[in-house]
Design a protein around this ligand. Structure first.
Ligand code: CA
Length: 233
């Protein structure tokens, strides 16, 4: 059971969320406005915040930026609720730091599952900080320092760029990365590359990963994401 803060100005959505999250065993706090939401986050330290993008006073983007820039509140996972697909890129951008998003209209069941995944990840990170240079995930093992990778114990050869791409997705696992973000951070946006470059290299990386290729998930219309759990792939 977690304490979840819902910041949403639409009464019917707020009620649906409060009811269903309550049914799922969570303690639910609600705020209609951004200012109230921020104040509640400070006072109550929720385990997770569901944040609507379009609020009447302060935008959800501003609140998210405020939360992630706060030394104490930054560790609280944030899931953005958004009706505007063109905002998704910015919402999940690394810079803004939202942990996930759910597009409206959403299925309550899907939202509850996303919440559980984000909570599980947050708890896992708090409990066992992982090695900074190693991936041990399902069939995949990577030793970044040695620049070596194995799938089911068999070594595969990755180029430095593929290694960087894989590592970037891994570090931000569970959070979708847009092609633009990957281009900036993996390729450092050299002008001769475009977003198709990203698709080409992801395809090649998946081929090399073979049975572990499914760990790099496609998020339609947005970008790519490293899987939450190896068992789900
Ligand atoms: Ca709204």
């Amino acid at each position: 059971m977690a304490r979840i803060l819902v910041v949403e100005d639409e009464a019917d959505i707020r009620q649906v969320l409060a009811y269903n999250l309550g049914q799922a065993g969570h303690e639910v706090l609600v705020a209609e406005r951004g200012e109230t939401g921020m104040a509640l986050a400070r006072e109550q330290r929720p385990d997770l915040i569901l944040l609507d993008l379009m609020l009447p006073d302060v935008s959800g983007l501003e609140i998210c930026r405020g939360l992630k820039g706060d030394a104490v509140l930054r560790t609280i996972p944030v899931i953005m609720l958004t009706a505007r697909s063109e905002e998704i890129d910015r919402v999940v951008g690394f810079e803004l730091g939202a942990d996930d998003y759910v597009a409206k209209p959403f299925s309550v069941r899907e939202l509850v599952l996303r919440i559980q995944a984000v909570l599980r990840r947050a708890q896992g990170q708090a409990a066992s900080p992982e090695s900074e240079d190693e991936i041990r995930f399902g069939r995949l093992r990577v030793d970044r320092k040695a620049h070596r990778a194995w799938v089911d114990g068999e070594e595969i050869a990755l180029t430095p760029l593929e290694m960087r791409l894989l590592w970037t997705l891994w570090e931000r696992r569970g959070r979708v990365q847009s092609r633009g973000t990957l281009l900036d951070d993996v390729w450092e946006a050299s002008p001769e590359n475009n977003t198709r470059t990203v698709d080409t290299h992801v395809k090649r990386l998946r081929e090399k990963l073979g049975a572990a290729g499914g760990y790099v998930e496609t998020v339609r219309g947005v970008g790519y994401r490293f899987a939450d759990r190896a068992e789900d792939v």
